[in-house]
Write a new protein. Structure first.
Length: 127
């Protein structure tokens, strides 16, 4: 089990990590959707290569809103859920993921998907 220390994660994100670990909607739903999509795309490309998976929070929000209707499903909460997944999984910025910012100030998250990163992210859900 991958245990994390609260000091390793910025304070606002600790709450999100706990919400995700306790499978609270919509935070868990966001992360579950991301991981499912990552795994399916990684498997279709063949497990020999690394895949860079891009997460656009605004588009992700539109996709998830088709499945669930929750007033807490905001772009801010989606961004924080993504960051909680990355920090809670102990992924390393630059080595495992990077963040880009558009000219309008919106952020996109790019995760280098491979067996190791998928395993680390999935470990966030194990009790």
């Amino acid at each position: 089990m991958s245990e994390y220390k609260r000091s390793d994660i910025p304070i606002p994100l600790v709450n999100y990590v706990e919400l995700i670990r306790n499978r609270r909607s919509p935070y868990y739903d966001v992360v579950h959707h991301i991981l499912s999509d990552m795994e399916s795309r990684y498997r279709t490309t063949g497990q020999k290569s690394e895949v860079v998976y891009t997460i656009n929070p605004r588009i992700l929000q539109e996709e998830i809103e088709k499945k669930i209707n929750d007033e807490r499903l905001t772009t801010v909460n989606i961004c924080r859920s993504i960051l909680a997944l990355l920090y809670g999984s102990k992924l390393s910025e630059e080595k495992d993921y990077y963040v880009t910012t558009t000219s309008g100030g919106r952020r996109n998250y790019h995760v280098k998907v491979n067996d190791r990163t998928l395993q680390l992210m999935s470990s966030l859900f194990k009790p």
